[in-house]
Design a protein around this ligand. Structure first.
Ligand code: ZN
Length: 329
């Protein structure tokens, strides 16, 4: 018996320079670097995790720095953006804070009765800050005062090649449709041609958990996208157990979806599935979690490797560029 997903587990983006990535997400957004490891498919590249104080599922953005990759082109089918939750009333602080760091932002705009700002990180990843109540325990030793600090992921937006198929996937995972809004044509202030030129319909889906529950599906004309620096590459949703992962795997196989085998990602088990709308999802367990190999107090302070890479530690450390983390180094 499959259980409804309570919401998002993590969001993963492809970015460029790792130092610029850490300076922005830690030094400007005030997230905590909660894991410094390598890409399990490419041990000579970083995999950087940002999150809240305790690195709990639903707060985590992970980044693959590929400085030599091509710039992304937004299009179908892709994840369009990631939104973080900030406390109601904090957007004035954020607008000024981003301006102080020379980050151009647009907004505030209102969407489904929530106010939000939009901007991009140094890789051109589209990011939103959304005013909403959240039970998440923020990182308070960072660059942003506790009153305004990010409370984890709020939600994500998908630009689907087939919104009906993506809606079906979300329904299968346990998300409910909760609203629909018309978005007039504009470029969101970020000058991105792929955003411009046509009206869109935004349909909101929500999981039943208490944080990181929102997935919006955008329906608007767009060319095919190209994955690269600035792409939100996949979104993982939380699932109950490894046993359930195998059940999900069977279900996706029965439906002829493009699904990976169940993988051990050290901090969770997961599978990847591209639904017929073309959008890449991951399903991930909440356990054992990011504190399995580090104490909460020292999360992210040193390079941690899974057992199967430990014998190559010397090589890995000699190949990775040095990383200076605001507040740590
Ligand atoms: Zn992932």
């Amino acid at each position: 018996m499959l259980t409804d997903s309570p919401g998002i587990h993590h969001v993963t983006a492809i970015v460029g320079d790792p130092q610029a990535n850490v300076e922005f997400h830690v030094g400007v957004l005030g997230l905590r670097l909660v894991k410094r490891t390598v890409n399990y498919e490419n041990m000579l590249a970083y995999h950087l995790y940002y999150g809240n104080r305790t690195a709990e599922p639903g707060t985590v953005l992970t980044c693959f720095p590929y400085p030599n990759d091509v710039p992304a082109r937004l299009g179908k089918p892709q994840w369009e953006s990631v939104g973080f939750a900030v406390p109601p009333g904090s957007l004035d602080f954020w607008a000024e804070h981003l301006d102080d760091h020379d980050v151009e932002c647009s907004g505030p705009v209102e969407r489904f009765d929530e106010r939000l700002l939009r901007f991009t990180d140094p890789a051109d990843t589209r990011i939103e800050l959304v005013e909403t109540d959240s039970p998440v325990d923020p990182w308070t030793d960072g660059a942003v005062p506790a009153d305004h600090a990010i409370r984890g992921v709020h939600g994500v937006t998908a630009l689907s090649a087939n919104p009906y198929a993506t809606a079906g996937m979300l329904d299968t995972l346990g998300f409910d449709m909760v609203g629909e809004e018309h978005e007039p044509a504009d470029d969101g202030g970020d000058g991105d041609a792929a955003d411009a030129g046509s009206d869109a319909t935004r349909v909101r889906y929500r999981a039943d958990g208490d944080h990181a529950t929102v997935v919006d599906v955008l329906d608007r004309p767009a060319d095919y996208g190209r994955e690269g620096i600035g792409t939100v590459q996949h979104v993982a949703v939380r699932v109950e157990s490894v046993d359930e992962l195998y059940e999900w795997h069977s279900l996706f196989r029965e439906r002829d979806f493009d699904v990976s085998r169940v993988r051990d990602r050290n901090y969770f088990h997961s599978l990847y599935v591209r639904e017929p709308g073309g959008v890449l999802f991951e399903l991930a367990t909440e356990t054992p979690g990011l504190t399995v190999d580090e104490d909460i107090e020292t999360l992210g302070e040193s390079l941690v490797l899974p057992d199967w890479f430990e014998e190559d530690r010397e090589l890995i450390e000699s190949q990775l560029p040095p990383l200076s983390v605001p507040g740590l180094d």
